[in-house]
Design a protein around this ligand. Structure first.
Ligand code: ADP
Ligand code: MG
Length: 444
């Protein structure tokens, strides 16, 4: 039952209504032109003034429909669209019948236009209504012919008229057949689109989950360093408190200043961790490229391995801004630097260089290490999710996959060059941003 109803109720589409309105401008203008031509020059048919009036009427009601037809599909309730369609079909039928009667009745050159009319009705309305309109068109014309005394007398002329009636019904049948197929096709496409949208949402959610998972993994890797970073100032505060206790509350201002500095260090560490662990990637902003690198290194400094390597920072000399989601970009750099730290673990004189530079309209960040490098057969698989050469529990294989999708979503690219045994260079290229005047980056 539901299925039958669905087939019986074609959607009145806005583009169909819009298309008919555009056609009707032409039809109205043609009627006016033909009426004037007949009145002034040809004089074939009598009531040219009435025909002119009909042409003007067509333009007038078309202007009305043009104004009231919603322009966007979501503003268009089906019932309103259907009533608009009914009204248009009825008015067109009335005008066409009058024009046909005034231009020769059953011998009118306009008789063929009923076929167009039936196609419109079939496209806009349900098939039963379209058949009813075909019957109404036949009856109205026959009634008009009788009333104006033009109904054919000869049997052969009547047969032509009957054939015309059959043609109208056949047109409705064919047009319905075609439109039903089109509607079915449209619904199928719509369903597929909905499915793709739902799948896209699911993938985005899963990707968000993966990004967060990788962050947690990075924080886990840095946990020892964080603990160290917090326990040092705590030990310092503790020894000052012991001193305070021994001296019976008599402590210099300097000691208080010192203790507050230690508390500030802990607060800063905790804030940086909270900033990094925050699940949202944030809005895209124009930020100095070197600031992103600094923020990433603030987090990385928790890794004790950083102290044992030769870290070289080569910042761009000019003010170089980049248009990114800063948090997400920091995570990309952290992933790349943690990989480099893993790679140089066995290198006698480990070295890591982070370089920012401009390349035309792009801002480029290079992360270069002298670690174990990447085997050529692995190069093509690096950005695949879960590809890792690290032992279980150490590598997730998600760092580069996530970094790749983050960089891509910001309109950037990432490439890698590596020589086994010598080292690796990751190059991230991003759209350089125009610095917004008065923008305070320190608040981000
Ligand atoms: P994970 O670090 O969890 O293994 P990634 O996606 O971050 O996952 O990296 C995938 C693989 O790429 C690593 O297992 C490693 O083999 C290789 N790789 C990434 N960066 C480097 C690098 N700087 N030097 C050598 N190998 C690297
Ligand atoms: Mg990694």
């Amino acid at each position: 039952m539901t299925r039958w109803r669905r087939v019986q109720q074609p959607l009145v589409l806005m583009d169909q209504l819009g298309w008919f309105i555009r056609l009707r401008w032409g039809a109205g203008a043609a009627v006016i032109a033909a009426a004037i031509l007949d009145g002034v020059y040809l004089r074939w048919y009598g009531p040219w003034v009435a025909m002119l009036a009909i042409g003007l009427c067509i333009l007038a009601y078309n202007a009305f429909f043009w104004l009231v037809t919603p322009r966007q599909e979501n503003q268009a309730p089906q019932r309103r669209m259907l009533s608009l369609a009914y009204l248009q079909v009825a008015l067109d039928l009335l005008c066409l019948t009058l024009l046909t009667l005034w231009t020769g009745g059953s011998a009118s050159p306009l008789l063929g236009f009923y076929v167009f009319h039936m196609v419109f009705a079939s496209l806009l309305l349900t098939d039963r209504v379209a058949y009813a309109i075909a019957a109404a068109a036949g009856a109205t014309l026959a009634g008009g012919l009788v009333l104006t005394g033009q109904f054919p007398v000869q049997a052969t002329e009547r047969a032509v008229l009957a054939g015309w009636g059959v043609m109208l019904l056949a047109t409705v049948y064919l047009a319905n057949h075609i439109t039903r197929g089109l509607h079915r096709h449209r619904r199928r496409i719509q369903r597929q689109r909905d499915r793709i949208r739902i799948m896209g949402d699911r993938i985005r959610r899963q990707q968000q989950g993966m990004i967060q998972q990788e962050k947690v993994a990075a924080i886990g890797q840095l946990a020892a360093g964080v603990a160290h970073e917090i326990s040092n100032p705590l030990a310092c505060i503790d020894s000052m408190l012991q001193l305070l206790q021994r001296r019976g509350g008599n402590v210099s201002d300097e000691a208080f200043v010192n203790m507050r500095e230690q508390v500030a260090r802990i607060t800063q560490t905790v804030q940086q961790l909270i900033h990094f662990a925050h699940p949202s990637a944030g809005e895209r902003q124009t930020v100095p490229a070197n600031q992103i690198v600094q923020r990433a290194l603030q987090i990385i400094r928790f890794d004790p391995r950083l102290r044992k390597i030769d870290l070289v920072l080569t910042p761009a000399q000019e003010d170089l801004s980049v248009r990114v989601q800063p948090r997400a970009m920091e995570q990309v750099l952290i992933n790349l630097i943690l990989n480099a730290l893993d790679a140089v673990a066995e290198t006698p004189q480990p070295r890591l260089e982070v370089r920012t530079r401009r390349e035309g309209e792009r801002c480029v960040v290079d992360i270069i290490d002298n670690g174990h490098g990447i085997r050529p057969e692995h190069l093509g698989r690096l950005f695949e999710p879960f590809f890792t050469t690290k032992p279980v529990g150490k590598g997730t294989g998600l760092g580069l996959a996530i970094s790749y999708s983050i960089i891509q979503s910001m309109g950037g690219t990432v490439s890698v060059e590596s020589e086994p045994g010598k080292g690796t260079q990751f190059t991230v290229s991003l759209p350089a941003g125009q610095d917004e005047p008065g923008h305070d980056h320190s608040q981000e």
